[in-house]
Design a protein. Structure first.
Length: 266
């Protein structure tokens, strides 16, 4: 029977406290969560009134909206008989259909808070020097593949009770984190600019023209919403996989490292 290698005992090794996140970065990070959920919910209610992704009208359902079609399929799969099945997504993930005026008012109130919060985040990045850790590096492609392999193996190796060491990370973030955290501010900037291009197409005609047309600005806005929304779940999963220390650092701003490991984790 093979003998499983023992993990080194580091219980007596000195621990170093490492500052990781500026207070403004931490504060804006957590405030972003309810803001994003509110913006997505109100945005879907606005989208219901004039969907940008449409198909020829279905002769049976009279629908031209892909989201309505998906909602109807979900409702049928769940046996949901309440209301109109095609409104399942709008009823469950937004303020509901026929809420355009209320959704617009709330969406813009949250959008202003989102812009203020994003500005505070950028100030925190500059003040704490965290922006340097977000810049892409030449080695990122190779390191990203190593991190993907690690994350895919965490659960299987835990089930098999086999050691699965974290790839060495010699900077604040690993390559996957850096790519994700670098792309999120870009998506946030695009969603703001495209929102203003739709909101003031006459006064800000130059901004609308940057997106070619009003309709393309709407498509960019919707696509950026999908990018921001799809980031949430994998972000939480990967933080859990990375360990308690990663989560704690975004709450209190510091991280602990055993001196023998301080170049092995991100």
């Amino acid at each position: 029977m093979p003998i499983r290698p023992q993990e080194p005992d580091r219980s007596h090794e000195p621990v170093r406290v490492v500052a990781k996140h500026h207070a403004l970065v931490r504060w804006s990070h957590w405030v972003n969560v309810p803001l994003l959920f509110g913006l997505i919910a109100t945005g879907l209610s606005i989208y219901w009134a004039a969907p940008v992704f449409v198909h020829p009208r279905d002769p049976a359902t009279h629908s031209r909206d892909y989201l309505a079609d998906i909602g109807a399929a979900i409702a049928r799969g769940l046996g949901d008989r309440g209301g109109e099945p095609r409104f399942w997504i709008y009823d469950h993930l937004s303020l509901g259909p026929r809420q355009l005026a209320a959704a617009l008012r709330l969406h813009w109130a949250l959008a202003y808070l989102f812009m203020v919060n994003g500005t505070l985040y950028l100030i925190g990045l500059v003040a704490g020097g965290g922006w340097r850790a977000l810049l892409p590096r030449l080695s990122d492609a190779r390191d990203a593949l190593a991190m993907i392999r690690f994350y895919l193996g965490v659960v299987p190796m835990a089930i098999l009770h086999r050691p699965w060491p974290h790839p060495p990370v010699r900077s604040k973030y690993n390559a996957l984190q850096r790519a994700a955290y670098f792309s999120m501010p870009l998506a946030g900037l695009l969603v703001v600019l495209s929102g203003w291009a739709m909101h003031k197409p006459v006064q800000l005609g130059w901004l609308e023209r940057l997106f070619v047309s009003y309709d393309i600005a709407r498509i960019v806005h919707f696509a950026c919403m999908l990018v921001l929304a799809s980031f949430i779940v994998p972000h939480v999963v990967l933080v859990v996989a990375d360990g308690w220390d990663t989560f704690r650092s975004m709450v209190v701003g510091w991280s602990t490292r055993v001196r023998g490991e301080e170049h092995g984790r991100g």
